[in-house]
Write a protein of this length. Structure first.
Length: 368
């Protein structure tokens, strides 16, 4: 599959690609061959770090969904029913959630075509993405709302079912900000005064930055990640970097799980490795909270748990973190045995993060 997805394939093309898959099954059957479908093996052992593009991609190992076995035949049956549903959905210019697809299958006339659980239906949609070269957004499929929002000096035009509308992501939104749509490729950037993008892990820290006017004072597009960021959030961040040529920074808690949030933004994730070049922003830079910040600012901390220690040691073997900077920071954290949250910076006052910490870090990074 090609992952050259700077723009989506489009609804018509996505429909044709899906129908071509169904036709492939039919031609195999008509030709006396056992219908089958090959997809990359989606396991950790088949994920490769592409040093040229700095993202995670699938390796050469493939799994075959074959009608030779009962379970394989059922998977192909479910794929055929899903393709039919998605093609009809595109014909009618409608959309549905991944959750709705799972429940909708209960109305299909063959029990064997129905999904046993949502993980099964989610995985099938991912399979169809991989083999068709389109994305679930092209299929008009969406996850449940992620809640991620944007606040900053950006004017955009958004396509909706009720027509286009222009929105300024400061003047036309409340304190909550602009809600990122399921498919951010429907957004057109009209104008901006932004100097950089600041991706923030927690809602509490995002609210602190907005209340303190950080987005206005530093012409910043503040993106709330909401924990592990949704695909739509990562796609919009990539567009900010590639199309608006804005530096991207990531501000998280100071623990191994938050470092992986940064890794997801910058390099992609194993789960969506087939879309890494579409979603990941390798140029994204980590602000903190750094282990050295914990020491320098004497931040309130919690002790590292056994799982934290195992995760940090695993990150030392992770290609995404095999740099002098990350090795130094992770080794320091293992040495001090502590972790800290973003909001622990409030131990120095509510304004410390916007008046001291972020300006000093961003200046040291050459962003300000």
């Amino acid at each position: 599959m090609s992952t050259d997805n700077d723009s989506n394939y489009g609804e018509g093309d996505a429909r044709e690609r899906l129908l071509a898959l169904a036709e492939q099954f039919y031609e195999q059957f008509e030709g006396g061959d056992v219908p089958q479908l090959q997809v990359p093996t989606r396991t950790k052992t088949n994920i490769e770090y592409d040093e040229d593009s700095n993202v995670w991609v699938y390796g050469d190992r493939h799994s075959t969904r074959s009608a030779k076995t009962v379970s394989g035949a059922q998977k192909l049956l479910k794929a055929t029913y899903t393709i039919d549903f998605l093609a009809q959905q595109l014909d009618e210019d409608r959309s549905s959630t991944l959750r709705e697809l799972y429940y909708l299958s209960e109305s299909w006339d063959l029990d064997e075509a129905q999904f046993n659980n949502q993980d099964e239906s989610n995985q099938l949609v991912e399979d169809l993405e991989i083999v068709s070269g389109a994305t679930r957004e092209d299929f008009h499929m969406r996850p449940e709302e992620s809640g991620a929002k944007v606040m900053g000096p950006l004017l955009l035009r958004e396509q909706t079912n009720r027509g286009d509308r222009e929105i300024h992501c400061q003047d036309d939104v409340g304190q909550g900000g602009y809600q990122i749509p399921n498919n951010p490729d429907t957004i057109e950037f009209l104008d901006h005064d932004a100097e950089f993008v600041l991706c923030v892990e927690t809602g509490g820290m995002r609210d602190r930055l907005v209340e303190n006017g950080f987005d206005e004072e530093y012409n910043t597009i503040v993106v709330h990640l909401g924990g592990q960021p949704a695909r739509a959030t990562r796609r919009l961040i990539k567009r900010f970097h590639d199309e608006l040529e804005l530096p991207v920074t990531v501000f998280t808690d100071g623990d191994p799980w938050s470092y992986r949030i940064y890794g997801s933004v910058a390099y992609g994730s194993i789960k969506s490795a087939h879309l890494s070049e579409y979603l990941a922003t390798p140029e994204a830079r980590f602000i903190g909270v750094q282990p050295e910040d914990i020491v320098e600012y004497d931040l309130p901390t919690d002790p590292l748990s056994d799982s934290d220690i195992n995760a940090l040691e695993s990150e030392l073997e992770d290609p995404r973190f095999q740099t002098d900077y990350w090795e130094e920071q992770i080794e320091l954290q293992l040495d001090i045995g502590k972790k800290s949250e973003q909001q622990a910076l409030a131990s120095h006052g509510l304004d410390f993060v916007t008046e001291t910490y972020l300006p000093e870090r961003l200046e040291a990074m050459g962003i300000l």
